[in-house]
Write a protein that binds this ligand. Structure first.
Ligand code: SF4
Length: 218
């Protein structure tokens, strides 16, 4: 049985036994103290989904709803992702969803908790958890959702606004793409923009559906 070490440090790497499976990793991550974000979040929000998933979606960090539920992509952004997957013809059960940072970083604004962007040190500290998830799931397709995930995984120079929806070469998976985070669609200034942004997001996901279809046929 794996115990959850409780200690501080600059990286989660030393907490991760090489033989641990995804469920054991989830259990261990609950006690992670590798950066200070554990003090702010309610709990570690580890990835979730089919352990034999063919696609991994990687976002930035859990939001308010995810922090409270302890599950990724269960709030409004998760519902946008679910709708877009359905529209693109991707079976949700083929997917595993996670984030580059596993604790909710937030700032108080009145009684509300407002999202705060994780910094480079926090992203680096948490990266071993994501690497371990990718290693165990071994996906055919990895999709970065939003700039934080894209730049963490594909390099600082990556621009989602320019390169979204394109498959890029990466050692992370046979097919790797970045697109917007569904929360960006929610922040659209009006209904028309939201509708257009949703349509573009679905178009990006349809490219993944095509890849999976060809692989099914192969
Ligand atoms: S954000 Fe990641 S590295 Fe930091 S305490 Fe949480 S799980 Fe550990």
């Amino acid at each position: 049985m794996f115990m959850a070490p409780k200690r501080s440090g600059s990286s989660a790497a030393s907490l991760i036994p090489s033989e641990a499976d995804i469920n054991q990793l989830r259990t261990i991550s609950a006690g992670c103290r590798a950066c200070d974000l554990w003090k702010r979040g309610t709990q570690t929000v580890f990835g979730e989904g089919n352990v034999r998933a063919r696609i991994i979606f990687v976002g930035e960090q859990p939001g308010n709803d995810e922090d409270l539920a302890g599950k990724p992509f269960v709030g409004p952004a998760g519902r946008i992702l679910d709708k877009a997957l359905e529209a693109a013809g991707i079976d949700r059960s083929l997917a595993y969803v996670t984030n580059v940072v596993k604790h909710f970083k937030w700032e108080p604004r009145g009684k509300r908790r407002i999202h705060a962007k994780p910094n480079a040190a926090e992203i680096a500290a948490c990266r071993p958890w994501l690497d371990a998830e990718i290693d165990r799931i071994h996906p055919e397709v990895l999709v970065c959702l939003g700039a934080t995930a894209a730049q963490a995984l594909l390099g600082k120079q990556f621009r989602v606004s320019v390169q979204r929806g394109q498959f890029v070469a990466s050692p992370l998976a046979p097919r790797v793409m970045a697109t917007v985070h569904p929360s960006a669609i929610l922040r659209s200034p009006d209904d028309e923009t939201r509708h257009d942004e949703m349509a573009r997001f679905i178009d990006d996901l349809r490219k993944i559906a095509q890849v999976l279809k060809h692989r099914y046929a192969a």
